[in-house]
Design a protein around this ligand. Structure first.
Ligand code: SAM
Ligand code: SF4
Length: 318
């Protein structure tokens, strides 16, 4: 599939739920979310069907996300359905890791290739603070089990929050020196709940390079990856910088998203949505709906002009 700017679209990110077992301060309101009616959420069968249609149209990379994908009932069944699709070359999940210890083995058996784990601090108290109550030890154990089960290469996603974790940049980087793990620093994006939070706590990823000037840039193999990778000399893993604000990567964008309610989002930072669930229920020609929608994918986001979206990340699938 190509959009009207000639970009090849081969990557589908599927949010399997809006729900989450954490309440990260930049992502979710502290009171949690307003419940969406069960019937408005894509069923496991519908998600499987949508994934199959996308792969028949050229998608070969799928990521499950949320909300927290591991709180979705039937998640292992869904992984199995998608894992069986022949054309998929890369099948991954983004998770907060809290339940990974319980699920890693079944996920691997069901066909998942690898996991990205979100972790903003290596300090137990700070972890409880940013997630409003999460336990760091659960995540660290989850990472170990994921490694043992071969859900690799493991990538850690760390959102930089000014005055909160900028003093831990070197600790995260040291991790990549000692282990074959990638740590990716992500700039806080202004959206939903985070618009206010962001203006107070945003820091540019440039700080990482300022703090650790010995980082060596790694040749970019996958142009569509939003991360620019570095390595410490002789480091086993890599350090990634994802800079949606200070250095946007729209021209190489290869992805679209499906929300838990079955809305197709052509750009993370656009409010435009195409209702695939309705099209599915009405027996519509989903292939055509998707192909026509892809042509409408925007050329780029406009965060730099203050054009923010109103949805939080957990409702889109980060
Ligand atoms: N619950 C899972 C997790 O935390 O990995 C998957 C969903 S979460 C929305 C996906 C990623 O989005 C996480 O790494 C999270 O830190 C990131 N995220 C959430 N809100 C963000 C924001 N406003 N700016 C940048 N990253 C954000
Ligand atoms: Fe939940 Fe992930 Fe959002 Fe944290 S970032 S509240 S873990 S969805």
């Amino acid at each position: 599939m190509r959009d009207s700017y000639g970009r090849k679209i081969n990557y589908l990110r599927i949010s399997v739920t809006d729900l989450c077992n954490l309440r990260c301060r930049y992502c979710m309101p502290k009171e949690g979310i307003s419940q969406v009616h069960h019937d408005d959420i894509l069923t496991i069968e519908e998600i499987g069907k949508i994934a199959r249609i996308f792969t028949s149209l050229g998608v070969d990379k799928v990521r499950l996300t949320g909300g927290e994908p591991l709180v979705r009932k039937g998640i292992v069944d869904l992984v199995k359905r998608i894992g069986q699709l022949e054309d998929i070359k890369d099948f991954a999940m983004t998770t907060n890791g809290i339940l990974l210890r319980k699920y890693a083995r079944d996920l691997k058996k069901a066909g998942l290739n690898r996991v990205n784990i979100s972790l903003d601090t290596l300090n137990e108290n700070k972890y409880a603070e940013i997630t409003r109550g999460g336990r760091l030890s659960n995540v660290l154990r989850g990472i170990e089990v994921a490694k043992e089960e071969g859900l690799t290469p493991i990538k850690i996603n760390t959102v930089l929050v000014g005055g909160f974790n900028d003093d831990e940049i070197e600790d995260f980087i040291r991790w990549t020196e000692e282990e074959q793990i990638d740590v990716r620093f992500i700039e806080l994006m202004p959206m939903g709940e985070a618009v206010g939070f962001n203006s107070k706590y945003f820091i540019s990823n440039q700080l990482v390079l300022d703090k650790v000037p010995t980082l060596i840039k790694v040749e970019r193999v996958d142009k569509s990856s939003p991360a620019i990778y570095y390595r410490v000399p002789n480091g086993k893993g890599r350090v990634g910088l994802i800079n949606p604000i200070s250095c946007k990567f729209c021209e190489d964008c290869n992805r679209v998203r499906i929300t838990a309610q079955g809305k197709l989002k052509l750009c993370l930072h656009s409010n435009e949505e195409i209702d695939l669930k309705e099209a599915l229920m009405n027996g519509g020609d989903i292939e055509n709906v998707i192909l026509n929608a892809i042509k409408e994918k925007p050329e780029s986001h406009h965060l730099e002009d203050g054009k923010y979206i109103w949805k939080d990340m957990y409702r889109i699938g980060g």
